[in-house]
Design a protein around this ligand. Structure first.
Ligand SMILES: [Zn+2]
Ligand SMILES: [Zn+2]
Ligand SMILES: [Zn+2]
Length: 119
């Protein structure tokens, strides 16, 4: 099942496979898996990179460090959009609502953010 989701009138659309109201998806669905990432390639929030693979028709582009001031992380708990820089510095807690994020996400940063890309 493929679901699009709108958390409230102001929250951006999040795409993914079996996305729930806090942006968990078929691939990452622990209680702490509550962030979505706006993809550099298409400007659309996806629940995870695997959802992008499943639903988009193009390759993921990683965010260059020069663009880490842009808001590209969505907290699924409160709907706040965080800049990439503030997300990476937040210590795995939403700076707005204090919800816990999954620390294991750091192992996937390289799929989204250029500094962590393997060359
Ligand atoms: Zn894309
Ligand atoms: Zn997913
Ligand atoms: Zn939050």
């Amino acid at each position: 099942m493929i679901a699009d989701l709108t958390m409230d009138q102001n929250a951006p659309e999040v795409r993914g496979v079996n996305v729930d109201p806090q942006t968990r998806c078929a691939h990452f669905h622990k209680p702490v898996d509550i962030i979505a990432v706006k993809m550099k390639c298409c400007g659309v929030y996806y629940a995870c990179k695997d959802c992008h693979v499943a639903l988009a028709d193009h390759e993921i582009e990683v965010w260059p460090q020069t663009e880490w001031g842009k808001k590209a992380i969505l907290c699924g708990a409160c709907g706040s959009e965080l800049t990439i820089g503030s997300y990476l510095a937040c210590g795995y807690h939403c700076p707005v609502c204090k919800a816990e994020f999954n620390p294991l996400c750091q192992h996937h940063y390289r799929y989204y953010f250029a500094l962590y890309a393997r060359i």
